[in-house]
Design a protein around this ligand. Sequence first.
Ligand code: G6P
Length: 464
Amino acid sequence: MNRLIAVSNRMPPENGGAGSGGLSVVLDAVLRQRGGLWLGWSGRVCKAPSSAPRISESDGVCRAALDLSCEEHAGFYLGFSNSVLWPLCHGAVNAPVHDATHYATYLAVNQRFAAALLPLLRPEDHIWVHDYHLLPLGQKLREAGSVQSTGFFLHVPFPELSALQGLPSAPGLMQALLAYDALGFQTAGDLAAFHRAAQWQWGSAVLQADGSLSAEGRRVTVGVFPVGVQVDDIQREVHAAQQSPAVAAAGVLRRGGSLLISADRLMGSKGLRERLLAYEAYLALPSANRQRPCLLQIAAPSRLDPQAGAQFGASLQALAARISERHACADWTPLRYLNRCFPHEVLMGLLHAARVGIVTPLRDGMNLVAKEFVAAQDPADPGVLVLSVFAGAAHELAGAIQVDPRDTRATASAISQACDMTLLERRERHQEMIGVLRQHDLRAWHTGFLRRLRSGQDCGRQPY
Ligand code: G6P
């Protein structure tokens, strides 16, 4: 088996402990399964970062961590990656502001990642680059002489053509994608959006019958590989989490009425505000009085710069407090808003304890919490998932009650339907979704993508 080289911006913290965000959790699991080398940002920002990564090794995985300078963090991470690309991919209403200095820093950091990786490579390695922070990395590696098979996976949605056309750097970024041998997307919708962008950039002749791309002497194989979870691992975590005080407290809440749960990072695209308003509308329905529901809204601190994050967090906290005050009585608190992170195992225990999971982002590449909620349920007495049609997971989880999260009344009535669902229907829906999760699990994701990368190599890769 060829050695796997994974490159992502985010890695778990060097001192151990839980990584934040779905991407670092899944890559951690993949590397533990396959072994290999993982290069990424250490999470540290310092004045004069060393150009050489800090290398450490454990569990058969070599980790190479790079620090960022303050300027790089501002321009590459907070700037171009998260203030331009993230909103662009998540269909932001206001067009993101393009800043030429931030874009130059974005390219320079990609260059720095390439320079740091090159000396660590062996010719037969397979390189797998992840997500929007590192779109140009393949190109930078090729320019520096890398010959290895190299693939790229986009965890977030591929932007709509109309949005992409407004971005001055879009042609350059599309061009950079030609350096890869394989491109992977979460859903068929993302692949279709990529095909539209490719036709805009190179004309309709570039698309081959098998969906791959031929342009400028390069052939790039493409495919859909929905990122998944390992159901049995999550069940083990649920079991282990039963001792945790937070999970025990959730058990008490569940005995007092219907326990509902949502867990997101504090970001606009997660639809937290819309969800709280829909929950408030549900509380006004007669059925809510009977159910005595309690929504546990976990809002983990986000990557936003501290000032913007604090403002957004404060506005949600105020909304949650208003809803709570209006509806709470001496023996019932209908909303608990927790602005903090939980270890993954504890989160799985909390998802297990809930009767309803509400996962309603305005746009999301996949949303692993939706899949984790289903995997964490007791098959004999499972909870119900209320899921946004705009999450990538909605393509696979037909057994969820699917809603448009911007429609307050429809979401409120979906919550009511979920709370009232019979055991028979809950079991049927859950069984169907667990079947899908087992079929499209994490192993299927990485073996599927890496097989595609190899097949591109076998059918005669053109040199860059
Ligand atoms: C989530 C998203 C990924 C993204 C990551 C970035 O996991 O699903 O697509 O790469 O967040 O997180 P970070 O903490 O590095 O900003």
